[in-house]
Design a protein around this ligand. Structure first.
Ligand SMILES: [Zn+2]
Length: 458
């Protein structure tokens, strides 16, 4: 779609350029257009940088208009766009082909830095871009031919990733990166073709990862929103983010958006009570499960609260649940939710290794047991604050093997605020007033817990 418009607009400057009398006027217009292009690009960047791309249909419509205006200016006038920051913007994308070959084509406003990796089970091709923001409409990349599933999104503030899943083994090859002409940035073309199973194994074993496979988080420090490290420390973990959108509501609400909005409100509330509050993410960024645990441990957290709003097949089920860690799931639902949460890293294309070896020894064992006891008290506290004011599912205290709750020395709970698969729950989850009410109750629960376990820090 974008390329058709591109060609249509390209015709006009040539016609103008032929007329010498028009040149000085063109010069003046060029300057005005240059600043307007910079403005438009900045508007586009504001739309994408640090914001959720799934903000709804109205948002996408606005993006389409802005994108079209930007393309018209860039291709028609032929100037280099000004940069609001140093990152590359991928402004258009397409995927086309069949079972024998698929072409992935992307347009950038600067020369992209590309790396291709492979992961197995299921087979995926990871196309990574350094210092890049993906700004093209989500719907422009649809699985086709060889490519059976596809995801695209941020892997951190400085990295974006496109994950191509194929049923048959396949490889991707960067065919070319060419200047688009007219100052309209660069076009990268990738060729995806089938390979044999043994060729795919060779690709897997011979590849070089340029960075640790933790999703690109340099230092697992988290984002402190208030207080100093010596105060009672609460780490709040908004579930999902970036390329991992989490569940999608009946009305297309993205779980990652709801969890972040709630976590920010909770952080603000807790900040008013002399606590040290840290968020595992404060924007639409991917953070691996291991890094979330690491953030809790490196901040010496007194407690860790992971926020979610999942989706399940039983649409009628609604209400909040508080989960704690255990080796055996309390029930089938708990097991199902834990398994889907634990897939978060795989969704982003991270290799999910075997479980980290538990530290052996009597002391480590005691610590873990103590931690689980405190996690249970935190869960009690949340449930008693919610009771009567927030809808709860039956048996709202459940447990299962959530990887994000595995810090051996930090009492941790995972709160499912409700189910995005239920229309009534979804309505509440997207309502800022409902979120504020629940954040207030959770603040009450956390303060009650602190006063019980650590009265001296009151
Ligand atoms: Zn979730």
């Amino acid at each position: 779609m974008a390329s058709v418009r591109l060609r249509a607009v390209r015709l006009s400057p040539a016609a103008h350029g032929a007329n010498a009398a028009n040149r000085s006027r063109m010069g003046r217009r060029r300057t005005t257009m240059a600043s307007r292009t910079a403005e438009t690009l900045n508007a586009l960047r504001r739309t994408f940088v640090g914001k959720d791309r799934r903000n709804g249909r109205a948002g996408r419509g606005l993006v389409a208009v802005t994108l079209f205006t930007l393309l018209a200016y860039m291709t028609g006038i032929g100037i280099e766009p000004a940069h609001a920051d140093d990152r590359c913007l991928a402004f258009s994308a397409s995927l086309a082909g069949d079972a024998k070959q698929v072409k992935l084509v992307l347009d950038f406003d600067c020369k992209p830095d590309v790396a291709i990796h492979y992961v197995d089970k299921p087979r995926r091709i990871l196309v990574d871009f350094s210092d890049t923001v993906l700004g093209f409409p989500e719907k422009s990349l649809v699985p086709t031919g060889l490519v059976t599933r596809l995801r695209a999104g941020a892997m951190g503030p400085h990295r974006a990733r496109i994950v191509l899943q194929t049923d048959e083994p396949a490889r991707a090859h960067l065919e070319s990166v060419k200047a688009n002409g007219g100052g309209a940035g660069y076009r990268a073309t990738f060729d995806v073709t089938p390979v044999s199973a043994s060729q795919f194994s060779d690709l897997l074993s011979s590849q070089n990862w340029r960075e640790a496979e933790t999703g690109g988080v340099d230092a697992a420090k988290g984002k402190t929103t208030s207080g100093n490290a010596s105060a009672f420390t609460v780490v709040i973990d908004p579930g999902h983010g970036g390329i991992d959108g989490g569940a999608v509501g009946v009305d297309e609400t993205a779980e990652k958006t709801v969890t972040l909005a709630f976590a920010k409100k909770l952080a603000a509330d807790l900040g008013g009570h002399d606590l040290h509050v840290v968020l595992t993410r404060d924007d639409d960024t991917f953070v691996s499960l291991a890094d979330r645990v690491k953030i809790a441990r490196e901040n010496d957290a007194d407690l860790f609260v992971s926020i979610h709003a999942d989706s399940i097949s039983v649409k009628s089920l609604r209400g909040a649940t508080v989960y704690t860690l255990s080796d055996n799931a309390s029930d089938r639902l708990a097991n199902q939710i834990a398994q889907s949460e634990n897939r978060a890293d795989a969704v982003a294309g991270l290799k999910v290794g075997s479980e980290p070896k538990a530290v052996a020894g009597i002391l480590a064992d005691l610590t873990r047991r103590e931690t689980r006891r405190f996690s249970g008290r935190l869960s009690d506290s949340v449930i008693s604050a919610f009771t009567g004011d927030v809808d709860l599912i039956n048996n709202p205290q459940r447990h299962a093997g959530f990887r994000v709750l595995e810090a051996p020395d930090v009492p941790s709970v995972l709160v499912e605020l409700g189910f995005l698969s239920n229309p009534d729950d979804e309505k509440q989850l997207i309502d800022p007033q409902w979120r504020a009410k629940v954040a207030g109750l959770m603040t009450k629960a956390i303060l009650a817990y602190r006063d019980k376990v650590s009265p001296e820090s009151r």
